[in-house]
Design a protein around this ligand. Structure first.
Ligand code: IPE
Ligand code: IPE
Ligand code: MG
Length: 256
């Protein structure tokens, strides 16, 4: 297989879902994942970083299958941050090509599985091919009522909040409502995530334990789960282990 001039990608057999008999009593409605560690995964194998991104993209497929199997309502995946533009152009270009590559092979399966694609992030600066692929997928899946697969693309929480503040100021200026009306609910309605609930569970792979500008407002009361495993190696079993750990968490939201 030749991708962007790199001949080393071999098509692997599609990983099949692990039909383990894991029965979860409490399922997080919304799981958000910071898919980190693609570059280190490649480096460990003496491959260029983009080989890790390709492998990471393939892993999205198996993780979506697990999310569908356990009937999650929303799976938000951090695919590209507002800070990731700092990377070498070659890597950024490769990352920007992944959504269309992913959807060109996988959209039929998503449609068949009743998955609805959504995105969060600043769409404007994305290359037109990336925008087209995402817009097409959003349109083709808009009537599906199964899992919402929410892709965070050129997403940055600080940018999101600043944009919200600007719009709120504009609306106050034209007397749409008085300042006193600004509360958590109103603010949330100005965010990209206005149609979806806050994440119940946030997973980050690769050993880093930080948010990297991801859903800062929305994760106020999310449960966090970290693993040293690199994203391309984060498999069905580990995802199910994380989900079963979530079951044991006691969420108090400040109460007793
Ligand atoms: C995550 O993997 C994917 C993106 C940020 C786009 P990285 O590319 O950050 O991989 P590491 O952290 O360098 O290993
Ligand atoms: C966070 O990973 C962004 C994505 C996974 C898309 P990074 O690799 O960019 O985060 P830092 O730089 O290690 O904080
Ligand atoms: Mg990283």
């Amino acid at each position: 297989m030749l991708i962007n001039g790199f001949p080393f990608f071999k098509k692997k057999n599609q990983s099949t879902i692990n039909h383990s008999e894991l029965h979860l009593g409490v399922i997080p409605k919304h799981v958000a994942i910071i898919m980190d560690g693609n570059g280190r995964w490649a480096k460990k194998r003496g491959l260029p970083r983009i080989a890790g991104h390709k492998e990471g993209m393939d892993n999205v497929k198996r993780i979506v299958r697990v999310a569908t199997k356990h009937k999650l309502e929303v799976l938000t995946l951090y695919a590209f941050s507002t800070e990731n533009w700092k990377r070498p152009k070659k890597e950024v270009d490769f990352l920007m090509g992944l959504p269309s590559e992913f959807l060109s092979t996988y959209l039929p399966e998503l449609i068949e599985n009743n998955v609805r694609i959504q995105t969060i992030g600043d769409f404007e600066p994305l290359p037109s091919l990336t925008k087209q692929a995402m817009t097409n997928a959003i349109h083709k899946t808009k009537d599906n009522d199964g899992l919402i697969l929410n892709i965070a693309l050129n997403y940055g929480s600080r940018f999101e909040m600043l944009e919200a503040v600007k719009k709120i100021v504009e609306d106050v200026k034209v007397d749409q409502y008085p300042i006193e009306n600004i509360n958590e609910e109103l603010f949330s309605n100005y965010l990209y995530t206005k149609h979806i609930s806050d994440p119940d569970f946030l997973i980050r792979t690769s050993g880093e334990q930080r948010l990297s500008n991801f859903l800062l407002w929305q994760c106020a009361y999310s449960e966090f789960w970290f693993t040293d495993v690199l994203w391309p190696d984060f498999d069905e079993k580990l995802f199910e282990q994380a989900l079963s750990d979530y079951e044991k968490r006691k969420r108090r939201f400040g109460g007793l």
